[in-house]
Design a protein around this ligand. Structure first.
Ligand SMILES: [Zn+2]
Ligand SMILES: [Zn+2]
Length: 162
């Protein structure tokens, strides 16, 4: 397979993987972190005492899957399936890094990435995530947070008017 076809496969599966991970992260956060695993996640909703919080453990849930997919993509016999696995693994990894930079870095100030706030989009993401911290409710996702807040308040308004 020529190198450009490989890059094409990686992008074709990697980009949808990132979108899927945002949706999946929102579902997990809303349905699992805020119920079954709230003993761990609660540490993220109270002021942090040291450098780490118990909730940080939840950041590592998907890394082994991504690592396995990337390793398979690097080591298996050269097939389309191998490139697909690599693209999914890389999409998950890029999402994970972006999540840490924006959520832990920008929103919670654990990394020196305040300069991201120069872009309106990142300010909206930060504001939307602050809403989650104030209410413990919507938005559970991060990168689509601004739209989730908008949709939620529209629904609330419609309910009030009904
Ligand atoms: Zn947070
Ligand atoms: Zn939460």
């Amino acid at each position: 397979m020529d190198p450009w076809s490989k890059v094409g496969i990686w992008l074709a599966v990697g980009v949808p993987t990132m979108v899927f991970m945002e949706v999946w992260a929102a579902v997990l956060h809303g349905k699992v972190w805020h119920s079954l695993l709230y003993t761990l996640h609660e540490s993220h909703h109270v002021p942090r005492t040291g450098r780490w919080e118990k909730n940080d453990l939840l950041s590592f849930t998907h890394a082994p899957i991504a690592i396995a997919l990337i390793l398979y993509g690097c080591l298996a016999a050269e097939t389309v399936g191998r490139e697909v696995a690599y693209g999914i693994g890389m999409g998950m990894t890029v999402f994970g890094i972006a999540y840490i930079v924006v959520h832990d870095g920008l929103v919670h100030k654990r990394l020196p990435v305040d300069w991201l706030a120069r872009w309106r989009y990142f300010r909206l993401v930060r504001n939307a995530h602050d809403v989650h911290h104030r209410t413990g409710a919507v938005p559970y996702g991060l990168f689509f947070g601004p739209w989730a807040v908008k949709r939620y308040s529209r629904q609330r308004q419609a309910q009030r008017q009904a």
